[in-house]
Design a protein around this ligand. Structure first.
Ligand code: IPE
Ligand code: IPE
Ligand code: MG
Length: 246
């Protein structure tokens, strides 16, 4: 990181979210507003990923989850889908060395088997290279669906029951969570969906059960460090109760 570490005196450093999840939405509308093709919107959006990672690292937030491609995004044109995977590979090649040098661990959430071969290889390289990094963990959701994750977890658990490795009667919530794509993470504290849409679109259904939700109107390519800092400030103004009353 070449720039000076980000500082915002409005942020209470003692009450930072431990896990931020972002539904990076609005690339297509950004492109439309700028009279460009949708792909140009995705390119502009890729630059935003870097800013979010940098800010989390500078503040010391340990986990960031990013929704890059949903199980439903296959419904888009072949051209757009191909462009998205090409862009992911390009982004990985450009950023991986610096991410690794900055002690960022990359993890993957989703069904990897359906990804194009090259994207899968690039991603696997990323996961292997950064596996021991600890300053910040970035979970990238690609071919990810919250329901698919729950089904995959249920299947993995059932397999362990059948093999005798675990006891069905002892299953509880913490035990089940160990079968999710990235098991040992804190729950999501703050869920941000850019572009003002107010829906979760199948993202991290298990992990967001008590997340504070923000839907800033800003389109993802325009969402920078300042906007993420604003979201953290708003998060810190929320009263989290988890069902209890003071
Ligand atoms: C989010 O931007 C990126 C992906 C879903 C891959 P969109 O492409 O959904 O942008 P809008 O919603 O059309 O503006
Ligand atoms: C959700 O955005 C998926 C990602 C941001 C990767 P979409 O744009 O695909 O969601 P919908 O279709 O508006 O619900
Ligand atoms: Mg969208």
């Amino acid at each position: 990181m070449t720039e000076k570490a980000f500082h915002d005196e409005r942020i209470d450093m003692a009450r930072l979210p431990r896990h931020i999840a972002i539904i990076m939405d609005g690339n297509g509308r950004w492109a439309e507003r700028h009279g460009k093709a949708r792909v140009a919107g995705h390119e502009a959006g890729a630059a935003g990923v870097r800013k979010a990672i940098e800010l989390c690292r500078e503040l010391g937030i340990p986990a960031l989850s990013l929704y890059a491609f949903s199980t439903e995004n296959w419904r888009r044109s072949e051209e757009e889908v191909n462009a998205l995977f090409t862009l992911m590979s390009k982004y990985i090649h450009l950023e991986i060395d610096e991410l690794h040098a900055n002690d960022v661990r990359i993890r993957f959430m989703g069904r990897m088997d359906r990804l194009p071969g090259e994207a899968r290889r690039d991603l696997q390289h990323c996961l292997d290279l950064t596996a021991n990094n600890r300053s910040l963990t970035v979970n990238v959701a690609i071919n990810y669906g919250g329901r698919a994750e729950l089904v995959d977890a249920a299947k993995a658990f059932a397999r362990d029951v059948v093999s005798g490795a675990v006891d069905l009667e002892r299953l509880d919530e913490d035990g089940f969570a160990r079968y999710l794509y990235v098991p040992e993470h804190p729950e999501v504290d703050l869920l941000i969906r850019t572009s003002g849409e107010m829906r979760v679109s199948n993202f991290m259904l298990w992990q967001i059960s008590y997340a504070e939700i923000l839907t800033p109107p800003v389109l993802w390519p325009d969402f920078g460090k300042r906007e993420l800092a604003d979201a953290i400030v708003q998060y810190q103004q929320r009263g989290r109760r988890f069902g209890a009353r003071p």
